[in-house]
Design a protein around this ligand. Structure first.
Ligand code: ADP
Ligand code: MG
Length: 585
């Protein structure tokens, strides 16, 4: 970029009244007070997406104490905190009077503390990646307004949100400590044989179905049943007590409206760490736990669903099952297999969102439809083998069917939002009302065949381009061949859609995909998977290698010239796999 120029105010004054395109001159590096302003991309007109900008504030100027940023984990939490601080200050200070006065925008974030590319803390500086809408009158530059925005408002936003002495130090410290505590608890789960932990006092219900903030009125704080209570050390050596859910098969029962789904949803989100005052700061689930639900209509390509579906009347091979429009049961069977393939060691299921015929089959149906005529082996018959053979635990919510009581290692009852251990009582019930043929546990779960994406098929003029996104001709994917290299890199569109070439990949049914910046990161990872695929490595190996690199070197390894550098957040391997499998081929 060369040495930053210092005459920004002067240049903006001079641009006043010019046609909007003249803003292109801003591209490059500028010094505004102590801040270095790097304009990476200038919007071509007032209605285009805002300009992409980075700000670098020297560490010495920011004055963030070393003990808040000295480890990689602390820098993740600190970057997340500063993203929120900058976003808040930008909303308060930048005139959002539309195109006329322009505005400063930071990526929107939710309740999770995530590794993000919006604020990076390196040796020398805090680097913020934001967007700036440059002011216009019609299609002309408003130079004075731009001068005010970039040389007055922007420095005040920086002053308020990145200069430590102006920040709420206690809130900053709490943000970092919450994150370290949550990470510390999660790191202890496996060695203690637990799949999840729910702290006493946690607030699980949310404000509403659409709002992820805590329910504030009449929320009943979580209280652990005595015999499931465990005490774990936090990062500073103090302790927290709560309910430990052990490995194996856990069933959550209870009457309708007594808080079963709320508990399960908190466990789903417990793979992430939450901001202070969220209520779920210490609801912690193993990082790879995967919520699985029925998703009829989804595409399935070459997935091994044979543990659950076999002997289809069509004679289709269920070790490599494909459909463009799966039913509830096949979609869920595929999602379970794919979750296991992706390395999930915990499955989270809620009867509310499961396909009944995949989960259970009652005595009468077993009698009426003989086994060899029924392609489905219900989950209830496989769930124990899945744990024994593959080490995959299950936590399942059920209100309507008692079939799982026969195969549960632990039964938790929810009664008016209070949890209790009713395993003994459930055993008595199972003995009193023997289900007979209701469950027929199988000996083995069976080996799952893994996906091995095939090498891209270069298009004719591949040499001229080489670069973004490869097509793939996966032997799994008989139905289609994307062929040739894509022109445009894949990109996220909001939380629930990834645009790849002409296809929109629907990822809206993944309950553990929580941030549009994760969706954007996954989009870029899908392109990289195509590039690395060679037909020999399994999908798991490729995803694992890519993710290890991102975790080690940062999200910037996913940067490319088109996307905004600040709009990336770390996804889980599980959602990368899940997105890959939802692409229609
Ligand atoms: P279930 O799955 O058992 O039918 P839900 O989990 O859907 O029940 O909860 C029913 C309602 O109770 C929801 O509106 C939820 O927000 C609320 N709720 C859940 N847990 C609590 C709690 N601990 N305190 C207060 N309200 C709660
Ligand atoms: Mg429910």
């Amino acid at each position: 970029m060369g040495t930053p120029r210092t005459d920004l105010a002067h240049v903006l004054k001079r641009l006043d009244g010019n046609s909007y395109g003249a803003y292109k001159q801003l591209k490059g590096g500028w010094r505004v007070g102590d801040v270095e302003l790097l304009v990476d991309r200038v919007q071509s007109d007032p209605y285009a997406p805002p300009s992409m900008v980075r700000l670098r504030v020297p560490r010495k100027v920011a004055g963030v104490p070393e003990q808040l940023v000295e480890s990689a984990a602390k820098r993740i939490a600190a970057g997340d905190f500063l993203t929120r601080a900058f976003g808040g200050a930008a909303r308060n200070l930048s005139p959002d009077g539309g195109k006329g006065s322009g505005g400063i925008f930071m990526v929107r974030v939710g309740q999770e503390i995530l590794q993000r590319s919006s604020v990076l803390i390196d040796e020398d500086a805090i680097e913020v990646r934001c967007e700036i809408a440059l002011p216009a009158a019609g299609r002309r530059i408003k130079g004075r307004a731009a001068e005010r925005l970039l040389t007055e408002v922007l420095p005040s936003v920086v002053d308020r949100s990145l200069i430590f002495r102006n920040l709420d130090a206690a809130a900053f410290e709490l943000h970092v400590r919450s994150y370290l505590d949550a990470e510390h608890v999660r790191s202890q789960l496996a060695s203690r044989g637990l799949v999840a932990f729910v702290a006493d006092g946690a607030v699980l219900p949310r404000a509403s179905g659409h709002r992820d903030e805590p329910l504030t009125s009449h929320a009943v704080p979580f209280q652990s049943p005595e015999n499931l209570r465990v005490t774990l050390p936090l990062s500073d050596g103090t302790e927290v007590s709560g309910m430990g859910i052990p490995e194996g098969v856990t069933v959550i029962v209870g009457g309708g409206y007594h808080g079963k789904s709320t508990l399960l949803q908190a466990l789903e989100r417990g793979v992430y760490d939450h901001v202070p005052r969220d209520g779920r700061e210490l609801v912690i689930t193993r990082a790879d736990a995967m919520a699985v639900r029925a998703e009829d209509g989804r595409a399935v390509t070459g997935t091994d669903v044979s543990p659950f579906i076999n002997n289809l009347p069509t004679g289709a091979d269920t070790k490599r099952f494909s459909t463009t429009n799966a039913s509830g049961s096949t979609s869920q069977a595929a999602s379970i297999s794919e979750a296991v393939e992706s390395g999930a060691e915990v499955l989270l299921l809620d009867e509310d969102t499961c396909a009944t015929n995949l989960m259970v089959r009652d005595q009468r149906m077993r009698a009426l439809v003989p086994g060899e005529r029924e392609p489905i082996t219900p989950f209830v018959d496989r769930v124990q083998a899945l744990y024994r053979d593959n080490g995959v635990s299950t936590v399942l919510v059920t209100g309507g069917s008692g079939a799982f009581l026969d195969v549960a290692d632990l039964v938790i009852a929810m009664d008016s939002y209070r949890a209790s251990d009713v395993t003994d009582r459930a055993r008595q019930v199972s003995a009193e009302f023997p289900s007979g043929e209701q469950t027929q546990p199988t000996e083995k779960f069976g080996e799952l065949r893994e996906h091995a994406p095939a090498a891209a098929t270069p298009s004719k003029n591949d040499g001229a381009r080489g670069g973004h996104g490869g097509g793939s001709r996966d032997p799994d994917r008989r139905g289609g061949d994307r062929g040739g290299f894509r022109e445009k890199p894949a990109r996220g569109r909001g939380l629930g859609t990834i645009q790849r070439g002409r296809e929109d990949v629907d990822v809206s049914s993944l309950p553990q995909l929580v941030d549009p910046s994760q969706t954007e990161a996954i989009a870029r990872l899908l392109d990289q998977i195509d590039r690395e695929a060679d037909g020999r490595q399994s999908l798991n190996q490729i995803v694992d290698r890519l993710m290890t690199r991102v975790e080690r070197d940062g999200l910037d390894v996913l940067a490319h010239h088109r996307g905004h550098p600040g709009h990336l957040a770390l996804p889980r391997r599980q959602e990368v796999h899940a997105a890959y499998h939802r692409e229609r081929r």
